[in-house]
Design a protein around this ligand. Structure first.
Ligand SMILES: Cc1cc2nc3c(=O)[nH]c(=O)nc-3n(C[C@H](O)[C@H](O)[C@H](O)COP(=O)(O)OP(=O)(O)OC[C@H]3O[C@@H](n4cnc5c(N)ncnc54)[C@H](O)[C@@H]3O)c2cc1C
Length: 297
């Protein structure tokens, strides 16, 4: 199957999931055998793992526990010189058939590894109680395999198109936001300024904190963040308390100029409150941002 889909088209029409699964299974059995590299003809020197035809099955190389509900999973490429071949802000649609389920489960996960990295790709997965895919992913041990059905294109990022971006993440929603941060800051030709607002339940949920700190030190004045913790377990004066509210965003956001863009990824409640609906503008609308200045992952 042609493996580039828009995640938003799938999110809007869940029935498409089953179509993807059926089409994908056909392609899987019809075109490739287990663990074959999905080399891509774009560049003969650097093989690409994703973006070709059929499903891709990769072996889990390493698992790291991040906190009470989150793990980092590294999947190894069959060719150590290969790259993922993903474009910035893409997600991978995982395909699994957890025990006891009648149907396969397809869920997107956004790699947190640098897209130019060779040899492996890393996912960070939050476990939801009774969550079908996340329970399956958390049950995997090194040596097990996971199948990827497709790549899902995200936002078509163009370096320097905006002078600054506001990135608003909630919980595990940091993964696409982090991929975008890496893509912008690791590109010496991209000078976009980045302001991140990251809302979590507890301090332990501040995922990728060390990585974000390192970027802040490397790019002073270009990358800034604010963390806000809704249910802090202990006093910590370096962190704001509460949810990502209109008041907080009003403090952080310096006008909705035309060359400013906002990216949002978080739990549905947070996304809806910020982005609004057809009838109500949402917090970002009240702050002056038009719908076409806002992208929801
Ligand atoms: C573009 C995109 C990229 C994503 N990337 C990542 C990623 O890198 N890492 C990651 O951990 N997740 C990511 N997700 C979320 C992921 O795709 C799954 O939705 C999530 O793992 C839950 O799937 P599940 O099958 O375990 O839960 P399900 O079986 O679908 O749901 C079980 C229960 O879990 C709760 N639940 C499920 N999803 C959420 C949610 N997002 N917020 C709050 N409660 C929820 C609900 O109460 C639900 O009833 C991404 C989502 C999108 C849209």
């Amino acid at each position: 199957m042609a493996s580039r889909l828009s995640w938003q088209s799938l999110r809007a029409r869940p029935a498409l999931f089953s179509t993807v699964a059926v089409a994908g299974i056909g392609a899987y059995y019809g075109t490739r055998s287990f663990l074959l590299p999905m080399g891509h003809a774009e560049s003969p020197e650097v093989p690409k793992i994703f973006g070709g035809f059929g499903f891709t099955t990769l072996r889990l190389q390493d698992v790291k526990v991040v906190n009470h509900n989150t793990k980092r999973l590294v999947f190894e490429f069959p060719d150590q010189d290969a790259k993922s071949g993903l474009s910035l802000t893409s997600a991978l649609l995982t395909y699994s058939w957890p025990k006891g389920q009648w149907f396969p489960v397809l869920r997107p996960y956004t790699p947190i590894s640098d897209l130019n990295q060779t040899g492996s790709v890393e996912l960070m997965v939050k476990h939801y109680p009774n969550g079908k895919a996340s329970s399956h992913l958390h049950s995997l041990a090194p040596g097990d395999t996971l199948t990827f059905a497709a790549t899902l294109k995200g936002f078509p990022w163009i370096p320097n198109k905006y002078s600054q971006v506001y990135l608003i993440a909630g919980g595990a929603g940091i993964t696409p936001i982090y991929q975008l941060i890496q893509g912008i800051l690791n590109n010496p030709n991209d000078q976009t300024k980045i302001n991140l607002v990251f809302g979590v339940n507890t301090k332990q949920d501040l995922l990728l904190r060390e990585e974000l700190e390192e970027y802040k030190n490397r790019f002073p004045g270009r990358f800034n963040y604010i963390y806000t913790v809704s249910h802090p377990k202990e006093e910590d004066s370096s962190l704001r308390k509460g949810y990502v509210t209109e008041e907080l965003l009003r403090d952080v956001m310096r006008g909705a100029d035309k060359d400013t863009h906002v990216f949002v990824c978080g739990p549905p409640g947070m996304e809806n409150a910020l982005v609004g609906s057809r009838r109500s503008p949402g917090v970002l609308g009240r702050l002056g941002f038009s719908k076409d200045q806002i992208y929801k992952f």
